[in-house]
Write a protein that binds this ligand. Structure first.
Ligand SMILES: Cc1cc2nc3c(=O)[nH]c(=O)nc-3n(C[C@H](O)[C@H](O)[C@H](O)COP(=O)(O)O)c2cc1C
Length: 324
């Protein structure tokens, strides 16, 4: 054994980590065992140059994977101490985790961990039932626990104003042929261990839809019908917008998504208004918040659905050479 963690524990934790969400399900992460610790890295070979030129999305996804990794190690009885971006000369190393003192997992850690294999992006219309107040509070608390904020849009006018910004950002992005090509390249009609399966894509957008949806080749729907009644829209934000802030936002995103799953709720993400800088600024101003919006979620009671595939652990975990 190279560290305070056994290889079995680390493999189990990486199995949980890769269940994290990522833009187009590219899974832009690697995990490396080094000097008694485990490290999370952005996989430079899995960047999306047209969709994610700054690497924001990859860092958010790695942050989400890091949250699952932390949770799995805590549930295994040895939580980790985490250093974010530990090596200035290696910016792709997002985090380094070392074993802390062993302790029993808390009930909250256990229930969030149990939610990992059940969470998925649910792009189908949600039921009209409102998200109850205690669940709303828990979602906000999940973001705050991870040093972020969560703004729930209240009322038709706030949601409509947001929808206008989001639709504008969607149109800007869709005008770029390289962006469209990249999205099409990651849509999967048959099984592959990455990319977005057509079956997970949600119904095709219609012109009357309030919120924009990325076209992942989903099925068409009867024309003229509303997608869903007013959904709960939540904006997740961080204190700043450095690379570290984006990793922190990814951890908060995953904590919010798992908290939603644990509360019996579904969620999907829409990041178009985050990806277009002017839209992101408009969103921040409309919320009257300091800091930076990092993700938008649609949250509600969803129809059943399925989790999407992931690459096997052996493909993303680098063991030290002598452990081969
Ligand atoms: C940074 C980021 C941005 C995302 N943006 C969108 C989006 O705009 N629209 C969408 O439908 N899903 C979006 N997603 C969700 C991914 O497409 C999804 O996580 C991935 O396909 C894996 O599926 P799963 O969430 O069901 O595990 C985003 C995820 C991340 C991490």
């Amino acid at each position: 054994m190279e560290s305070g963690y056994s290889i079995g524990q680390l493999r189990g934790a990486v199995t949980a980590a890769v269940r994290a969400p990522s833009l187009h399900n590219v899974q832009p992460w690697r995990f490396r065992l080094r000097d008694g610790g485990i490290e999370v890295l952005v996989d430079a070979a899995r960047r999306l140059p047209a969709t994610d030129p700054s690497g924001w999305g990859a860092r958010v996804a790695c942050g989400a994977a890091l949250f699952n990794l932390r949770l799995a190690l805590a549930v295994a009885g040895t939580p980790a101490t985490v250093r974010l971006r530990p090596y200035p000369s290696e910016p792709d190393v997002v985090a380094r985790l070392l074993p802390d003192l062993p302790r029993r997992p808390t009930p909250a850690e256990q229930s969030l961990y149990a939610a990992i294999p059940r969470r998925f992006s649910n792009r189908a219309p949600f039921w009209p039932d409102p998200v109850p107040a205690d669940a709303r509070w828990r979602l906000g608390e999940a973001a705050r626990t991870e040093f972020c904020w969560l703004e729930l849009l209240i009322g038709v006018s706030a949601v409509n104003a947001f929808a206008e910004v989001a639709q504008g950002a969607h149109r800007v992005l869709e005008r770029d042929p390289a962006y469209r090509t990249e999205r099409e390249e990651w849509v999967r009609a048959t099984y592959t261990p990455d990319g977005v399966p057509v079956s997970a894509g949600g119904p095709q957008a219609e012109s009357q839809d309030l919120l924009p949806s990325r076209d992942f080749g989903g099925r068409s729907r009867p024309p003229g019908r509303d997608f869903e009644p007013e959904p709960l829209v939540a904006v997740l934000g961080s204190a700043g917008n450095t690379a570290i802030d984006q990793v922190i936002a990814g951890q908060a995103l995953q904590r919010v998504l798992l908290t939603a799953t644990d509360a019996g709720l579904s969620a999907s993400m829409l990041s178009q208004p985050i990806e277009v800088p002017s839209a992101r600024e408009q969103l921040r101003m409309s919320l009257g918040r300091f800091g930076t919006p990092q993700m938008v979620m649609r949250i509600g009671y969803g129809q059943p659905g399925r989790v999407t595939p992931r690459r096997p652990v052996d493909e993303v975990l680098d063991l030290p050479v002598h452990q081969g």
